[in-house]
Design a binder for this molecule. Structure first.
Ligand code: ADP
Length: 355
């Protein structure tokens, strides 16, 4: 294991910024800390880097306790939102600065800098000044500088914030590719669930200084551990009611309807008792839609199309169902019905999430 964080607590007076957080990262993994602003992500990162002293807990790098070590004695690379490039230095000088600061053990820095320039796809830009580069290119130089000295782990704090959507998507694939090429271990911090789901081997969801769930992106998305994770990651329609068992079937009984829940989903829901209040969720891409007027199927409800948003690759349809409220459905692009039409929505029982 490359990094192990154990029982990390950070208090500022009465405020608990990080509340008993533990996790580990295996070599070569891409792990993301995901959560809303203020949940403690940056504090965790700065503590790992050595800029902040934890109130309690320990940080281990390759099994060694580094909690008391100053930042420059931890073999950690970082690219934070505020780590700008040195404007008066060339790209080459910016990258070799990282090597010099770390007493990088090579006869000449130049070969390593050339390797890094290749890696960040800027082989011809070594002599340029940062101001001559685009935002995305500058970001890559910052990453290049952070991994040049072969750190045990690279810490990234919201590196894609402020980039426009297209560039952001490009940088996501680039980062992922760069990680595959170098096998560098990464800990990435973001409030953006798309960043987290698209790049990570493992996502750690945080809220109010506490860990909510730690799992691979598919599990986070399809089996959220609680309502916070279900609502923070991805969109969904929710149903509040009580859980009822009906023979070997389970149902969520809301004030106006019953929604069948697949037995496996119900079992994994755990030790909830009959009649206990429950919130179920369904993802918009899992909801079926039909225009044949048939509502005989399980969990089929008729409703009226309130809004169709054509997104190009799909359409986002909101349907008002009197028994359920507003149901969000993703359909193929440009569906053959209109706002105001009566349609049927169908909720597959094995897609009802009970976090
Ligand atoms: P995030 O990175 O998830 O946005 P932070 O780690 O920056 O969250 O902050 C976590 C909490 O700790 C917030 O409530 C923030 O206001 C508080 N905090 C962070 N730094 C300090 C500080 N130096 N003094 C007091 N409170 C702080």
């Amino acid at each position: 294991m490359i990094l192990r964080v154990e029982g990390l607590v950070k208090r500022y007076g009465d405020l608990v910024a990080v509340d008993d957080i533990s996790f580990g990262i295996e070599g070569g993994d891409f792990v993301t800390l995901l959560g809303p602003s203020g949940c403690g992500k940056s504090t965790i990162l700065h503590t790992i880097a050595g800029f902040l002293e934890p109130t309690e807990g320990n940080i281990y790098l390759r099994g060694e306790n580094v909690t008391e070590r100053p930042p420059n004695k931890r073999n950690i690379g970082m690219s934070f939102q505020n780590t700008a490039l040195f404007p008066h230095m060339t790209v080459r000088e910016n990258i070799s600065y990282g090597l010099r600061m770390r007493d990088y053990d090579v006869q000449s820095y130049e070969n390593r800098v050339d390797e890094i320039l290749e890696l960040i796809d800027l082989p011809e830009h070594g002599e340029h000044n940062p101001s001559e580069l685009s935002g995305g290119q500058q970001q890559r130089v910052s990453l290049g500088r952070a991994i040049a000295f072969e750190p045990d782990i690279l810490l990234l704090d919201e590196p894609l914030t402020g980039l426009d959507r297209v560039l952001r998507e490009e940088m996501r694939s680039w980062l992922k590719q760069m990680q595959a090429e170098t096998d560098v271990t990464m800990l990435y911090v973001t409030h953006d669930q798309a960043d987290a789901l698209s790049m990570s081997d493992k996502v750690i969801v945080l809220r109010d200084a506490k860990k909510q769930q730690e799992a691979d992106p598919k599990t986070i998305y399809e089996h959220p551990a609680n309502s916070f994770v279900a609502e923070f990651v991805g969109k969904s329609t929710k149903f509040e009611g009580q859980i009822k068992q009906n023979g070997n079937r389970a149902e969520i009984e809301t004030s106006d309807s019953k929604i069948a829940v697949d037995s496996e989903r119900y079992r994994s829901f755990g030790d909830q008792n009959e009649n206990e209040p429950v919130t179920g969720y369904v993802r918009p891409e899992d909801v079926g839609i039909s225009t044949n007027g048939n509502t005989d199927g399980q969990n089929a409800f008729s409703g009226s199309v309130e809004e169709i948003l054509d997104m190009g690759d799909r359409s986002e349809v909101t349907v008002v169902v009197s028994e359920l409220g507003t149901v969000l459905v993703y359909t193929e692009r440009f569906p053959d019905f209109n706002e105001g039409d009566e349609i049927t929505v169908e909720i597959p029982d094995n897609k009802v999430m009970l976090p």
